[in-house]
Write a protein that binds this ligand. Structure first.
Ligand code: HSE
Length: 312
């Protein structure tokens, strides 16, 4: 029988959470960019967080990676605790699911050190404690896909149910991050507490159209449906150049384009990886024309979720 690991490192990817039409419900993973979290066992039942990244709170109770583990130590009355080293690959306040990635990486790595590992619902539960602390609100549309991979619909709170949505293999996402910072708390303050019934019906139809298009492989239906009528108009003024960047994405052939999470990043879904490269180029050029430096990635929408890279 192999010995229980005492240290584990997880890589947790960036996510596009909202996907425009599924506010607080729908998100997917992105390849190549993410956070790396190393968790090691310590003798005291406590949690210590360390990070070289500027602006990351290192008090475990307020850190997205630390808060879930603190709760885990308390709930399970563990006789040991965790040392957490956080390497942020996802820029802070980027709308790329950075807080969820740190929380997901921490709980996935810590789980490897438990004598009785958590199941999927337990991982989602303790991951969400961290995400909620960081953003002050319960929205699992980043954490659920980050842990499970691909396109995920996150439903209910207790327990959180995460439904994997099949994705047409050709479907690719462009994620473009302008060098700006928008905090999720601020971006949620601009949202209305209530929406009118007609808007609710229209937006529900679009979410249903995106999901149905994914199941049936109907890219045209996805393209017609991928429009956020409620949240994007409220938040887009927070991002200089938003309208011209979105126009550039659609002119270059994107199926749809909107804010990624609470912004300032934008995402665009495309018919292929080659389309994605063209769309990425034009979106970055449009941000540059608006005076905002930006960088971007092209990824399958069905990109893998968080994974253990190393343990000992
Ligand atoms: N669903 C959340 C929001 C995601 O849009 O506020 C935050 O990254």
């Amino acid at each position: 029988m192999s010995a229980q690991p005492t240290t584990a490192t997880a890589f947790a990817p960036a996510t596009v959470g909202n996907v425009g039409v599924g506010f607080d419900l729908l998100g997917h993973t992105v390849v190549s960019v993410g956070d790396r979290v190393t968790v090691s066992r310590i003798d005291e039942p406590a949690v210590v967080v360390r990070s070289d990244s500027i602006g990351v709170p290192i008090d475990a109770a307020t850190n997205t990676a630390g808060a879930g583990l603190l709760r885990l130590v308390e709930d399970l009355r563990l006789p040991f605790g965790f040392d957490v080293v956080l390497e942020k690959g996802i820029p802070l306040g980027s709308g790329m699911g950075g807080s969820a990635a740190s929380a997901a990486g921490a709980i996935l790595a810590a789980n490897r050190l438990l004598p009785d590992p958590l199941d999927e619902i337990g991982l989602l539960r303790y991951g969400m404690f961290g995400e909620e602390v960081a953003t002050g609100s319960f929205h699992p549309d980043n954490l659920a896909p980050c842990l499970l991979g691909g396109l995920v619909l996150a439903l209910d709170r207790d327990p959180l149910r995460a439904v994997r949505i099949p994705v047409p293999p050709a479907l690719h996402c462009v994620l473009v991050h302008p060098q700006l910072r928008v905090d999720t708390r601020d971006a949620r303050r601009v949202l209305p507490a209530q929406v009118c019934l007609a808007d609710h019906v229209a937006q529900s139809g679009r979410l249903a159209g995106v999901i149905a298009g994914c199941y049936s492989g109907d890219l045209e239906l996805i393209g017609r449906s991928l429009q956020d009528l409620i949240v994007e108009p409220m938040r887009s003024p927070l991002v200089p150049g938003f309208e011209s960047v979105k126009r550039a994405a659609l002119s270059a052939g994107a199926l749809g384009c909107s804010l990624s999470g609470s912004g300032p990043s934008l995402f665009a879904w495309c018919r292929s990886s080659a389309d994605g490269e063209r769309v990425r180029y034009d979106m970055i050029a449009a941000f540059a024309a608006a005076g905002v430096p930006a960088r971007g990635w092209v990824s399958p929408v069905a990109a893998p979720g968080a994974r253990i890279e190393h343990e000992a």
